[in-house]
Ligand binder design. Sequence first.
Ligand SMILES: [Zn+2]
Length: 95
Amino acid sequence: MSKARQLAKGQPCMIGIAGTCNGDPETTVFARYPMDVYFDIEMSSDDELGAWACSACNAVLVRRPPILEEFFLQLRLFHAEGVLRTQHAIREMDR
Ligand SMILES: [Zn+2]
């Protein structure tokens, strides 16, 4: 199990969708970034590629289309940036 997944519970939400995020670290889960869905790339270690997401943000992320394509791309960006913030937070813990 990756460190990102192991440490998820109790961490701040790294997605932060305005008007959606509940900001409650107790609901935080590891939200895997689905490279296989978005890019048809199988990742052997995709357990590491994910973001800490509160239950509310995660619910939006896992809701697949049908939604407007424009919003879908925006969600992908939120998710990808969440992955970067999560990895940054983990690196900071190790310092
Ligand atoms: Zn959130």
